[in-house]
Design a protein around this ligand. Structure first.
Ligand code: ADP
Ligand code: MG
Length: 377
């Protein structure tokens, strides 16, 4: 299937003396999905949006829309609109209706059609009752919704949202997250949403692009990325994790903390040094003799829904545990975990290498399963 938007080997310099702000970015956007660019401040997220919307031109590489190169198409001719973080772009002396209608009036669209489209857009963002309200008498969340209505009234194919929720307080942000997600489904258009908030990205997106220093380091569904981070950076950036050095003895057998464990990972060299990730919620506290690792409980923090428990093993490694059951500080306990909870990462593996390895591994497993079911029949 063809992609709606593609960036091909896009490099962006702001001035030729410095290093590039984007280093060969490749990404593909399909129609009708909710995408998120997730990265720390300064990683290049807004620059990518500006390249897609046409506010900036790439230094090299191509931007494609429905397979056609649009590098030279000006911003106003692209079927793309942007919603920015602050609502300062709204006209304070106009009411809600006038703000949303403004762009259409400039385009000299007939009055009846303007009225119809503005009302439709306001209904979409649940502001129908606020048509005549002056902008300065709206709450932060309502202003943000006017900003969104003003973008969707142009019926874009793609809506770019640059940290639209980061100025809102937590409760309102949660509400708007749900609203935005529902709005995207109702409209059926493509959203490219920018945030530096991992949880926001995980809960809202069909697909996430993780950015670091001008590069997309990993892309995939939230569960792909959470369950199979490709490297240390992604594993620590997304969620809490225990990361420990290990050695891949052979396929499906990994060693760490001086012990050998069954693993579900393969396709690496024998005796390859690796990093092992285990998520805190995958560690089960048990008795010392039933545990795979022995640890001492150091601290415990009640977090409302669970306890965050910090422990150390005999070698001095810290093991973070999220548990609904309480522990006792100072107690020596065992930690149990399933082979599936162990995720092995190679050093310096690129996303392409990682994808190829996983694909090969899945094929291998499928062949094995095929052989087993043949045996049974
Ligand atoms: P993000 O949105 O992820 O915070 P940006 O895309 O805004 O990051 O910026 C990426 C990098 O490019 C930053 O180091 C920033 O300082 C730099 N940058 C952004 N815009 C300009 C500009 N107009 N001129 C020079 N440098 C810029
Ligand atoms: Mg930004």
């Amino acid at each position: 299937m063809s992609n709606l938007i593609e960036l091909k080997d896009v490099v962006k310099y702001f001035d030729d003396s410095s290093s590039p702000v984007l280093k060969r970015v490749n990404l593909a956007i399909e129609s009708g999905k909710f995408y998120t660019l997730l990265g720390a401040s300064g990683s290049g997220k807004s620059t990518i949006l500006s390249l897609i919307s046409g506010l900036l031109a790439p230094s090299s590489g191509d931007i494609l829309l429905n397979g056609c190169r649009i590098n030279d198409i000006p911003a106003e001719k692209r079927p793309i609109n942007t919603v920015f973080q602050d609502s300062s772009a709204l006209f304070p002396h106009m009411n809600v209706f006038e703000n949303v209608a403004f762009g259409l009036k400039i385009k000299k669209i007939a009055k009846a059609e303007i009225t119809r489209r503005v009302r439709e857009a306001l209904a979409m963002v649940r502001l129908s009752e606020f048509e005549n309200r002056p902008i300065d008498r709206l709450s932060g969340g309502q202003k943000q919704r006017v900003g969104i209505a003003r973008a969707i009234v142009n019926e874009p194919e793609v809506l770019l949202l640059d940290e639209p929720l980061s100025a809102l307080d937590l409760r309102l942000r949660r509400e708007m997250q749900i609203e935005l997600r529902e709005l995207q489904k109702r409209l059926g258009i493509t959203f490219i949403f920018v945030t530096h908030d991992q949880e926001e990205a995980l809960t809202m997106s069909d697909e996430i692009f993780i950015m670091n220093e001008g590069e997309i380091v990993q892309s995939g569904t939230p569960s792909d990325i959470y369950d199979e981070p490709i490297n240390h950076f992604v594993a620590t950036f997304i969620g809490d994790s225990n990361i420990i050095d290990g050695v891949m003895l052979e396929d499906y057998l990994v060693e760490f903390v001086g012990k050998q464990f069954e693993s579900v990972d393969g396709g690496m060299r024998k005796m390859e040094p690796v990093e092992v990730v285990i998520r805190p919620e995958d560690l089960i506290i048990t008795t010392q003799n039933l545990g795979k690792i022995t640890v001492t409980v150091q601290t415990q923090l009640y977090r409302g829904s669970d306890y965050e428990i910090r422990t150390t093993d005999e070698l001095g490694n810290t093991w973070l545990i999220h548990s609904t059951r309480q522990a006792i500080v100072g107690e020596v306990v065992g930690l149990d975990f399933e082979p599936e909870a162990i995720h092995v990462m190679r050093f310096n593996e690129t996303e392409a290498d990682f994808d190829a390895r996983i694909e090969e591994y899945v094929e291998e497993v499928e062949t094995e399963i095929g052989l087993i079911s043949e045996d049974l029949s």
